[in-house]
Design a protein around this ligand. Structure first.
Ligand SMILES: [Zn+2]
Ligand SMILES: [Zn+2]
Length: 168
């Protein structure tokens, strides 16, 4: 994931990285590592204007997740991108670009940390096999996507009973 700046020509440079999740350095976060069971595809575009480098990275991968509600396993595709500017002098930038000063002696940029961080951001906080997943019945454990049980109506009845008692 290291880019040798000396190999870049003026203007647009494009290349593709196929990243092994094991190489991302998320070994300390086993849960996160397990999510990326497939190679990560990174499309890198670097525009070089003398000593300024405008970097755009598009990431895509798929992951094997467990639904928070019904515990079913499912696959999900992830996409994300990020932009960086490396420069030896200050440049004007838009809000979504991250600017970094490039030291005079630096000839190499390592994208590993940025790729790792952006991948981790792509993981949804809430993992659902589908938007309207009905989950498991808290009482009998039935997967409500697949079957209907009778616990729900019973619980609601019980709640009404309690409410009635409160009013009295
Ligand atoms: Zn589900
Ligand atoms: Zn039930």
């Amino acid at each position: 994931m290291k880019i040798n700046l000396l190999n870049l020509h003026e203007g647009v440079n494009r290349f593709n990285l196929c990243i092994d999740p094991d190489k991302l350095g998320i070994d300390d976060n086993k849960d996160a590592l397990l999510l990326f069971d497939d190679k990560i595809d990174a499309d890198v575009e670097i525009q070089k204007f003398s000593d300024k480098y405008f970097i755009k990275v598009g990431l895509s991968t798929k992951s094997h997740l467990t639904c928070d509600r019904c515990l079913a396993e499912y696959n999900q595709n992830f996409r994300g991108d990020f932009k960086l500017i490396y420069s030896k002098q200050a440049v004007s930038q838009s809000d979504d670009d991250e600017f970094r000063f490039l030291d005079e002696k630096v000839v190499e940029i390592d994208l590993r940390n940025d790729i790792r961080e952006n991948l981790l951001l792509m993981i949804p906080m809430k993992r659902l096999c589908k938007e309207d997943c009905l989950g498991l019945c808290a009482t009998c454990g039935a997967n409500l996507n697949l079957e209907t049980c009778h616990c729900k109506s019973a619980t609601i009845d019980a709640r009404w009973e309690k409410l009635k008692n409160l009013k009295l």
